[in-house]
Design a binder for this molecule. Structure first.
Ligand SMILES: NC(=O)c1ccc[n+]([C@@H]2O[C@H](COP(=O)([O-])OP(=O)(O)OC[C@H]3O[C@@H](n4cnc5c(N)ncnc54)[C@H](O)[C@@H]3O)[C@@H](O)[C@H]2O)c1
Length: 343
């Protein structure tokens, strides 16, 4: 394969704002096609960006692409990915992987059966803090992670565009849209762990009573998803996670926070620090410089294209993304049934 012929399915905000501009910078890629149920939008994007093929039916696009990037609402991630893989196409699918763990399982089955690559767009793993944290953990500096604290909190920033407050199309709100990134990154840093028990509460009171919002307007009467989540997650190796996410929190400022207590030292991922205690000294080492040459969006695109062209392993493995989806599903179930859920 000389250049990877790439098609986009769903060309709204994330496709036009991140993936298309990024993939266009890679020499090994030729963007040949776009498809969207909103044909007018697909035509406009193709015209503006000089993409030759616009398709109404996805099947008509397949002969013109080697791989597809799926940027539709969450409900369509699994069926469209499976169909594309069954047509022999490699897939980069936006997060979350799917609405349920069972859908994820079927996606992995299609990936394996068809011998193609399936990348789930958990891009936090390509951020410089994530790359450096993984190195610190793999070098054994903090020892095995035992307690992990995760906060993904936004102050009054419900996405006011698209279908982000529609339960049927998205499968949930702050957790499945935003918190999933921090959950995925935290689990990636913890290593090979499997969740075994989840206890949680989810809420949507704030957005239904108060629509003060920095990211556009949403309708409180059709706000169907959660805006706050708190959870406690146990893992098979005895490690545990305290998890909180919100996109409508009344807090002084947004917080992206992961801190990991290992058996030997602690690590703060954003605003990176390693916290140690040795004999009679306590030290905090601040990481001042992280050498990463490319922005995360380009690293992610390169990771996918290299896997497609050269068979290199993907940084986000589909079975890992499925573990994230298992936890998301268990968080919703635990809250709904007001009890802990065993996995
Ligand atoms: N990685 C990230 O940080 C990030 C950020 C934003 C969005 N996303 C994800 O990307 C996806 C899309 O989000 P967005 O912000 O671009 O939304 P959007 O509403 O701006 O765009 C979605 C597009 O999909 C099209 N569409 C809807 N159903 C379709 C179907 N069945 N087939 C083909 N096209 C269809 C819509 O017409 C629209 O053009 C979601 O899954 C979201 O979770 C990820």
């Amino acid at each position: 394969m000389s250049r990877v012929r790439l098609g986009f399915i769903g060309v709204g905000g994330i496709a036009t704002g991140r993936h298309i501009p990024t993939f266009r910078t890679l020499d090994e890629v030729e963007i040949t096609a776009v498809q969207d149920i909103d044909r007018e939008r697909a035509v406009k994007v193709a015209e503006e960006l000089g993409i030759p093929g616009v398709y109404t039916a996805i099947e008509d696009m397949y002969p013109h692409v080697d791989a597809v990037v799926i940027c539709t609402p969450n409900k369509f991630h699994a069926p469209i990915s499976i169909d594309a893989m069954n047509h022999g196409k490699h897939v980069l699918c936006e997060k979350p992987m799917a609405l349920t763990a069972e859908e994820c399982r079927r996606m992995i089955e299609a990936e394996q059966r068809n011998g193609v690559k399936l990348h789930i767009a958990y891009h936090y793993r390509f951020m410089k803090e994530a790359i450096a944290s993984k190195k610190i953990i793999e070098r054994g500096i903090i020892g095995a992670p035992i307690v992990v604290r995760v906060k993904g909190l936004r102050r009054r920033k419900v996405p006011g565009w698209g279908v982000f407050t529609n339960q049927e199309l998205q499968g949930g709100g702050a957790l499945i849209d935003y918190g999933c990134h921090l959950l995925d990154l935290a689990m990636y840093l913890m290593g090979d762990v499997k969740p075994v028990e989840v206890s949680s509460s989810t809420y949507n009171h704030l957005s239904r009573t108060n629509t003060v919002n920095e990211w556009g307007h949403f309708n409180r009467d059709t706000f169907e998803v959660e805006d706050h989540v708190s959870a406690f997650i146990r893992f098979d190796n005895g490690a545990s996670m305290l998890f909180e996410t919100s996109w409508a929190a009344n807090i002084p400022e947004d917080e992206n926070h992961i801190s990991i207590s290992g058996v030997d030292a602690g690590l703060d991922v954003f605003d990176m620090k390693v916290n140690q205690a040795d004999e009679d000294l306590m030290t905090t080492m601040r990481i001042d410089y992280i050498k990463v040459d490319e922005p995360y969006s380009r690293l992610q695109a390169q990771d996918f294209i290299s896997a497609v062209k050269n068979g290199t392993p993907l940084r986000v493995k589909s079975h890992e993304a499925m573990e994230v989806s298992k936890i998301i599903e268990a968080i919703y179930k635990s809250s709904q049934e007001q009890r802990s859920v065993r996995l």
